[in-house]
Design a binder for this molecule. Structure first.
Ligand code: GTP
Ligand code: MG
Length: 427
């Protein structure tokens, strides 16, 4: 049984720091050599698969993540510090999609796997980098490359960590409702629940986990009675079984009878299932009958080495202690659940080209990461920087492409946050 947990987040890598323009101050030399340092790199935005988490719940508090920006360069050839990477931990089995296009960007399918989802921006060069034979005192520096922002959809196919079993009417659905976000139907008759349901349990201060309500087990289920064992295959891959017993309905003569019925049905279905760690929750402890019968029930099971908790799904009594124990057990048993995934890692690839589009009469929009980055990194107050900008556009093939367009001299081309007149490209 798979259940899909999903959420959307926005992530950004850090901006590169700006390079600066500075000159050395030397005695008797009014303007020494250029000494403007480069900006630092922006931090990368990285996803890491961990098996300390089993749902996306822990990520749902923060929807916007940004790695640190690089620092700007400083005079005296001082390079700005690099921004710190931001590592977002996600459960093993998380798939990352681009929100708008739906493209699969990566599949984090093994523990410790790291994927850089957005590289930090490069730091801009300081003016010291622009010295050449003809340019001794460059008054030009690059701005840092902006980080990348992506809207992502995370998807995790959940497998239940805990299987909830028990006789009909034991209170399984009530319990699942009490501890999770699942809303299975509850009613005072057996076989109310006809299909398994899954819920995410988030005990305070502990890692969340996934619990499945497995309905329909009764005596003779393995022979097809009731709903039979059709749902038991769903809990074959759970780590722990939580067995709910309605202690208000126990038989004084055979105090563990209700418990035994379920255990032998599990065994009939598969020995492996019966070997799973079982935690027993004596349920409906808010009822007087339960309190009377509980001590003997507990004694009997503890003699067999079974851990027993007293709870009430209706009043929540004992529930926190039980969940804490379940978490502990899960932690001890934590071995990666195998989720069928793609073998080859799919990494996100940028389309590096630019795209020119007429948006209205005389108005053009130019998009594309490479060209937008170039615009963002150019300091348009400097003639030298503009000259370099032109040269780079030429190298990209952009100027040639423009020449092919049927555009008027005064047509406006927007690239990133800047606007240019058509004729400006051909000066
Ligand atoms: N007093 C008391 N009643 C409870 C408690 N938990 C469940 N009940 C009642 O027991 C009845 C059965 O509860 P469900 O949660 O539907 O039981 P279930 O195990 O899911 O039953 P099926 O879906 O039929 O297998 C309902 O009337 C519940 O209100 C409890 O802790 N205390
Ligand atoms: Mg039910």
């Amino acid at each position: 049984m798979k259940f899909v947990d999903e959420m959307t987040i926005q992530v950004s890598s850090g901006n590169g720091g700006n390079g600066v323009i500075a000159f050395r101050r030397e005695k008797f030399v009014p303007l020494g050599g250029p000494s403007g340092g480069d900006g630092g790199r922006g931090g990368d935005l990285i996803f890491e698969a961990t098996d300390d988490l089993t749902t996306l719940y822990e990520l749902s508090f923060v929807r916007i993540y940004k790695a640190e920006n690089g620092e700007h360069g400083r005079p005296r050839d001082m390079i700005g510090a690099n921004g710190k990477n931001l590592i977002i931990k996600v459960p093993v089995g998380t798939l990352v999609y681009a929100h708008e296009s739906g493209q699969l960007l990566c599949d984090l399918d093994h523990k410790g796997q790291q994927v850089i989802i957005a590289h930090g921006g490069r730091g801009g060069f300081g003016n010291a980098r622009f010295v050449s034979a003809v340019r001794r005192t460059p008054r030009i520096a690059e701005k840092g490359e902006p980080g990348k922002t992506l809207n992502l959809r995370l998807e995790l196919k959940l497998l239940a960590d805990v299987g909830l079993v028990g006789l009909p009417n034991a209170g399984k659905s009530t319990f699942l409702r009490a501890v999770s976000n699942a809303r299975p139907k509850v009613a005072d008759y057996p076989f109310t629940t006809l299909h398994p349901s899954l819920g995410i349990v988030k005990p305070e201060g502990l890692p969340s986990f996934c619990m499945a309500d497995i309905p329909g087990l009764i005596e003779g289920a393995h022979g097809g009675a009731g709903l039979g064992t059709q749902f038991l295959k769903h809990i074959e891959r759970t780590r722990v079984l939580l067995h709910l017993v309605d202690v208000s309905q126990l038989d004084m003569e055979n105090i563990t009878g209700n418990y035994d019925v379920i255990m032998s049905e599990l065994r009939e279905f598969s020995e492996e299932l019966a070997e799973k760690p079982v935690i027993v929750a004596a349920n409906k402890m808010d009822l007087p009958d339960s309190r009377e019968l509980f001590p003997e029930f507990k004694d009997e099971l503890e003699k067999r080495g079974v851990k027993v908790f007293a709870v009430s799904g209706a009043t929540h009594e004992g529930v926190d202690d039980l969940l804490k124990y379940v978490c502990q057990q899960l932690k001890e048993l934590r071995e990666p659940i195998q989720i069928a995934g793609n073998e080859d890692e799919k990494l996100y690839e940028y389309l590096e080209a630019y795209h020119i589009e007429m948006v209205s009469e005389g108005q053009w929009q130019v998009t594309g990461p490479e060209i937008e980055r170039l615009v963002a990194m150019t300091d348009f107050t400097s003639d030298e920087a503009i000259a370099i900008f032109r040269r780079k556009l030429k190298k990209l093939g952009f100027i040639d492409d423009l020449a092919e367009l049927e555009a008027g001299d005064d047509d406006v081309f927007s690239i990133g946050e800047m606007e240019f007149a058509y004729r400006e490209f051909f000066i």
